[in-house]
Design a binder for this molecule. Sequence first.
Ligand code: SAH
Ligand code: SF4
Length: 339
Amino acid sequence: MFFNFLEKAQKYNLLSKEEIIKLLDSKDNILFKTADEIRKKTKGDNIHLRALIEFTNFCRCNCFYCGLRYDNHSIKRYRLTEDEILSSVDNAMQSGFKTIVLQGGEDIYWSKEKVCNLIKEIKKYDVALTLSIGERLTEEYKAFRNSGADRYLLRIETTDKALYKKLHPNMSFENRLRCLKDLKKLDFETGTGCLVGLPNQTIESLADDILFFKELNADMVGIGPFIPHPNTPLANEKKDNFDLALRVMAITRLLLPDINIPATTAMETLRENGQIIALQSGANVIMPNFTSHEHKNKYEIYPNKVYSNNCINNISEKIKRIGRKISYSKGYRNDSTKQ
Ligand code: SAH
Ligand code: SF4
């Protein structure tokens, strides 16, 4: 099939909802090739590595899809101490990382003051710091930013309001939006994204998700194929969502040519070499896991999470093989050097 609107996308970074749906529905690989070309032109061949530290798996939320949900009593909960976190940061620094991502469930133990102290400790190192700790009050976000946090990841998960409501008991879509707008206003580099393959999620709503990333002018977008977790209400929703998630990711690259897009661990979990495939279809970031061995397996958002690309030698070898290289800059969106 010939998509004449791909040319338009390449030139103007615009697509209509109908065009996005056509791309999502097709099996044609031209989409991936086009996204890869755009990535090369805007971001160059460098791949940014972000060290991911999963510092708590306590969560007050009950998202239907997630293994960390409050009602899952079969996982062992853990919370790293500040010293343990700083030692992981130290490890990441030694390996040459320039970005730390602190991710966790919505853990009320980590009050505004505690998070601010931690941010200040981490920012004593020469690193960019990303937080991914869910929904907070405006004043908390403000305090995190003033303490030195640079970036924040908060996926919208789905823009289908009815589906959002069903999957997130006691949460509100409006508050999620408020959070993302706060983050943008506070000048965080703001990351969002969605899950792909949720039960009752339509292709139309995935097109809306992509248009939402564009409208928000997200600085980073992470796309996760949904992987059912056995101890959640969605345990039996078995489907392979890899291809569709890859298409959502590639179209996002067409519309937002200069943003950072990770090749997500969930993609590697569903396909051997899934992250490399993603890096050749529009992605330019990998987030290796720096959570200590003792706790790694307890951060089970979805089952059988793979860790094959966490060893830096392993990943740099693979990256070299596809003609790309690791960047040792902080990798902001507006990094004009393509370093
Ligand atoms: N609590 C924070 C950060 C941790 S969850 C938050 O919710 O923002 C990080 C991401 O994991 C979520 O945004 C969600 O998109 C993803 N996730 C949760 N369950 C998943 C599953 N079953 N399959 C794939 N990704 C999942
Ligand atoms: Fe908690 Fe995030 Fe999982 Fe929802 S997705 S249950 S907020 S860890």
